[in-house]
Design a protein around this ligand. Structure first.
Ligand code: COA
Length: 195
């Protein structure tokens, strides 16, 4: 078994087999990729949780940072030796009240940009911004505890998104990338330069 005892216990707590299998597949993929990078065997890699639940290597001196996201049957893993990644992926099939969520989680500047987008492409445009914000929050390790309306992003129709500001830290230390995960998904990667 590739997974640690803690991971196996967590897997056992899922109510539905589908969710359990997705968790096991994600953690197994993570271990195999980390093992290749670190030159260790997958089952010997020690993964801990940070203060807000972010999985990190127990050996904080190891020059490897990673982050994982899932939606449905798809998982996405980012790994880097020089930057701290955060990733998020969402399905376009998930319908959300994007105008209400934008009012709540977007800044005034973001809402001004968002309101100019035609209704036909609003769902995609909302998720493009949402995934960028969540990717930043996940790289920072706080997840949705971070005030998302203070993670300001700009997403142009062509070209890569940009981080404009965040509650703590210097936005210039960050880069954002939209990821092509197929026509049914929207995904983003945030990278924080590690010193
Ligand atoms: C992290 C968080 C944004 C995940 O949101 P989500 O849309 O449900 O899930 P995603 O698919 O995007 O990401 C899940 C993965 O992110 C990673 N993750 C978990 N917590 C994380 C955190 N605080 N920061 C970054 N990544 C985190 C895990 O690898 C997780 O997958 P796994 O459990 O299979 O290993 C959300 O759970 C959150 O805000 N958590 C932090 C605050 C919190 O409530 N913590 C409680 C535990 S102390």
């Amino acid at each position: 078994m590739l997974l640690s005892c803690d991971e196996q216990l967590r897997a056992d707590r899922f109510q539905f087999a589908r969710d359990r299998n997705r968790y096991i597949a994600g953690r197994a993929m993570l271990r195999v990729v980390l093992a290749r990078q670190l030159g260790e065997s997958p089952e010997h890699i020690s993964i801990e949780s940070g203060p807000h639940g972010k999985p990190v290597l127990a050996d904080r001196t190891a020059p490897v940072h990673f982050n994982l996201a899932h939606t449905g049957d798809l998982a996405i893993l980012a790994i880097s030796s020089t930057q701290v990644p955060g990733v998020d992926i969402e399905s376009l099939e998930r319908t959300v009240d994007h105008d209400a969520l934008a009012q709540r989680f977007f800044s005034a500047r973001e809402n001004a940009e968002f309101e100019r987008i035609s209704p036909a492409t609003r769902n995609q445009a909302f998720l493009a911004r949402w995934t960028c914000k969540e990717a930043v929050a996940k790289a920072a390790g706080k997840g949705l505890r971070m005030p998302l309306n203070q993670i300001e992003v700009s997403v142009a129709p062509h070209g890569q998104p940009r981080l404009l500001s965040l509650p703590d830290g210097d936005a210039r230390q960050w880069t954002l990338h939209s990821i092509d995960a197929g026509s049914n998904y929207v995904a983003a990667l945030a990278l924080l330069r590690s010193s």
